[in-house]
Design a protein around this ligand. Structure first.
Ligand code: GUN
Length: 286
C-alpha cells in the first residue's frame, strides 16, 4: 500500500505559518499583505480557483482584493488595471488568472506585472532568476509539488525525476526546481517517442498533462513517488468528478507514495500563493 500524501494537511500547516508571518507584518507596519486576483470572463474552472484563492487568503490573514472583468475586456483596459495595481502600495501580490480570453495577449500582461508583485512567478525576470538558481518568487504549483516531495522523501539528490508536460506554469519550472534539488531530470511531452518506458525509470514522477487518468500502473516503477497535478472535470456515473492525470486505483498498489485528486496538489498551490504574497510583502516593506 502506498503512502497517501496529504496535500490538504501540509497546506494547512503552511497557511498557518503564513498567518503568523502576516500577523508579524501587521504588528510591525499596521498593514496586511495584499493580494489582488484578476479574473477575466466566466471560465467555470477559473471561477472555482479564484473563489478558493480568495477564501484561503482571508484565512491566512491577507487582504485579498478581487477584480472581475467581462469576457470581452480589451487589452488596454486590462493593461490599465495592471498599471493601477502595480502602483497601489496596498497591493503586494498580483495574480491574473489564466487562461485569458483569446483577444488578450497573455505574454504582454505577464510582462507588465511588476516582477516584485508577480506572485505567480511567471514574469520573464522571475523565470530567468529561477533558471540561474537565484529564485525569489517561484510558480506556486511546482513549489507545492516540491514541498510534498521533500516532506515525503527528504533529500532528493541523485533521484531520477520524470516530469510529464512542458508548460510554462508547471512542467518547465517543476523541472528546474527538481534540477536545483539535485535530481536527474527528464521531461516527457507529446513528441516523446517512448513515454511509458521513460516514466518507468522514474523514482519521482510528476504528471502535469491535463489528460484524465493517462498514467496507469504500466508507467510506474515499483516504489516510485507519484505527484498528480491533473485536475480534470469528468462526468462519471452521472456525477461531476475531479480526476487526475494518474489512474489512482491502478497506480497506488505499485507506488511508494502518491498524491490524491482532490486533496493533493490543489491545496498546496493555493498555500504557496499565500506564501508568495507574504514573501512579496516582506520584500516590498523592508
Ligand atoms: N491557471 C491555472 N493555474 C494557474 C496559476 O497557477 N496561476 C494563474 N495565474 N493562472 C492559472
Amino acid at each position: 500500500m502506498a503512502q497517501i500524501i496529504d496535500g490538504k494537511q501540509i497546506a494547512s500547516e503552511l497557511v498557518a505559518e503564513v498567518a503568523n508571518g502576516a500577523q508579524a507584518i501587521f504588528s510591525e507596519y499596521g498593514i496586511r499583505p495584499g493580494l489582488a486576483v484578476v479574473l477575466v470572463g466566466e471560465d467555470p474552472a477559473s471561477q472555482v480557483y479564484v473563489r478558493n484563492k480568495v477564501a484561503r487568503a482571508k484565512e491566512a490573514g491577507l487582504n485579498s482584493i478581487e477584480h472581475r472583468l467581462p469576457a470581452d475586456t480589451d487589452q488596454a483596459t486590462l493593461n490599465a488595471l495592471v498599471d493601477e495595481l502595480n502602483a497601489d502600495e496596498a497591493v503586494h501580490g498580483i495574480l491574473v488568472q489564466l487562461p485569458l480570453p483569446p483577444q488578450l495577449n497573455e505574454e504582454e500582461i505577464i510582462a507588465r506585472i511588476n516582477p516584485d508583485k508577480d506572485v505567480d512567478g511567471f514574469h520573464p525576470l522571475n523565470v530567468g532568476a529561477l533558471v540561474v538558481g537565484n529564485a525569489r518568487l517561484v510558480p506556486c504549483t511546482p513549489q507545492g509539488c516540491l514541498i510534498m516531495l521533500q516532506k515525503t522523501l527528504g533529500d532528493l539528490s541523485g533521484k531520477h525525476a520524470v516530469v510529464i508536460g512542458r508548460s510554462n506554469i508547471v512542467g518547465k519550472p517543476m523541472s528546474m526546481l527538481l534540477l536545483h534539488a539535485n535530481c536527474t531530470v527528464s521531461i516527457v511531452h507529446s513528441r516523446t517517442r517512448n513515454p511509458e518506458e521513460v516514466c518507468r525509470q522514474a523514482d519521482i514522477l510528476v504528471a502535469a498533462v491535463g489528460r484524465t487518468e493517462m498514467v496507469d500502473a504500466g508507467w510506474i516503477k515499483e516504489g516510485a513517488t507519484v505527484i498528480d497535478v491533473g485536475i480534470n472535470v469528468t462526468e462519471r456515473d452521472g456525477k461531476r468528478k475531479l480526476l487526475g492525470d494518474v489512474n489512482f486505483a491502478d497506480v497506488e498498489p505499485v507506488a511508494n507514495a502518491i498524491t490524491p485528486v482532490p486533496g493533493g496538489v490543489g491545496p498546496m498551490t493555493i498555500a504557496c500563493l499565500m506564501n508568495n504574497t507574504l514573501i512579496a510583502a516582506r520584500n516590498q516593506l523592508s
